[in-house]
Design a protein around this ligand. Sequence first.
Ligand SMILES: [Zn+2]
Length: 217
Amino acid sequence: MPKTNKTLRSQPINLQPEAADLGAVSRATARAVLKQQSAVEAGRRILDLTGENTERDGLRDTPQRFAKAYQALLDGYNLTPEEAVGKGVFPSEGQGLVAVEDVEFYSMCEHHLLPFWGKATVAYFPGEKILGLSKIPRLVDVFARRVQVQERITQQVLDAVQTLIAPRAVMVKVQAQHLCMMMRGVEKQQSQTTTQSIYGFENLQDYEKQQLLRLMK
Ligand SMILES: [Zn+2]
């Protein structure tokens, strides 16, 4: 017997329709096409502002490529945390620390529409449930692939873990570099921004608190 479509279910859902609702399918498709056209138009307008000949070979297809790239960079809107995790919630096997460190991510600063990127560490002490380990990077991507500020990604990942598996405690730490600081403004290349959110620290034993604090360094 072949395995069921567990893998398929955990893929990003992109305008996947309810089975019987064909009207919703065509409405969703029409919305997607309109969005795509608007993004191509936006790319063309930005190029126009440079005064370049936008019909020359190198630029002719750039608006389409721009639209496609931005669709991928911002596809976090197509998925809820629940969909990202799918069936990846399991009964916990113990109470000990679970930590997934240095999950790389790419996001888009909502103030300048310039990229920021870095790594996220998610650590929790389970209650009754645990998350499949691969689900943590998926959760990070759901929130990173939107227009964002780093502080909000940190808090949203924390809230999602809390909602999905109700751990005794959870900590999220994000470190990132921001192109809007590197390429423009203060033009600082080496600075790194760290944000942390924590929930349930008071629920932990002293030795567990120590474990969490070591991860936060
Ligand atoms: Zn910015």
